[in-house]
Design a protein around this ligand. Sequence first.
Ligand code: NAD
Length: 253
Amino acid sequence: MSQAGVVFVTGGASGIGRAVARRLAGAGSSVVVADQDVRNGNETRDLITAAGGHAMFEEIDVRDRKSIRTAADSAVSQYGRITGLVNCAGIVTMTSLAELSEEEWDLVVDVNLKGTWLVTQEVARDIEVAGGGAVVNISTVEAEVVVSSAGHCQVHYNASKGGVKMLTKALAVELARSSIRVNAVAPGPIATDFVSLEGITAPETLEALRGRLLIPRIGQPEDVASAVSFLLSDESSWITGVHLPVDGGWLTR
Ligand SMILES: NC(=O)c1ccc[n+]([C@@H]2O[C@H](COP(=O)([O-])OP(=O)(O)OC[C@H]3O[C@@H](n4cnc5c(N)ncnc54)[C@H](O)[C@@H]3O)[C@@H](O)[C@H]2O)c1
């Protein structure tokens, strides 16, 4: 796709997804902000249109096929086609193995992993009709290594995002015949509402983070947005199936 396509962004109501939506709209894309958070989703749309860009908001739950199909159909009737997809909706809960319930496991795995599959299955049909395009999944460095938060791991989150890494490769293989490239971006610690900002900017946490980060600062949503923009654009037309860390060097040592 060229940068000026039509991109469906799940999780576009806040944090990384909002930064992605604003960056793409600023480069000329029409953006479909798709999220379960109606208030913030509308706010992202308004921020884009106030800046002169093109955006619409659609309420979806990434676990619900009907809501995804309705949103994709609305996008096609509004903009005529969909050429790109960013799977950014995600959640984490901070629970130890001993305390993790089946309900909590199902919630996190369903939103992060099943949701990425379900949205891609639906929206890829539209991208194929448009003649091809690109998909970018938002993974995490925690698909590669285990980060022990609050004295324990998040086994459900680690498992879900490890699944997203392999799902990215499998989708890249299957969707190649439809001229759709599929890649993932794996952020390190990024300043959003996802994790408590106070938590990650506390002096002792910052000290621990700096022990791993080669570029000694917390990442910003825009750091991720620029990588997503590259992977959606024709600048990356020979890249598919990769899991690209955007992590200040977190995974290097
Ligand atoms: N912030 C970080 O440090 C960090 C690091 C690595 C990876 N990530 C990943 O980045 C992605 C975005 O996280 P963020 O930091 O912007 O957090 P965020 O909480 O600001 O954004 C997540 C968005 O997903 C939406 N969402 C959640 N469940 C949904 C559902 N069932 N259906 C539709 N929308 C839903 C939320 O409403 C929200 O707008 C997540 O997939 C997360 O795993 C974040």
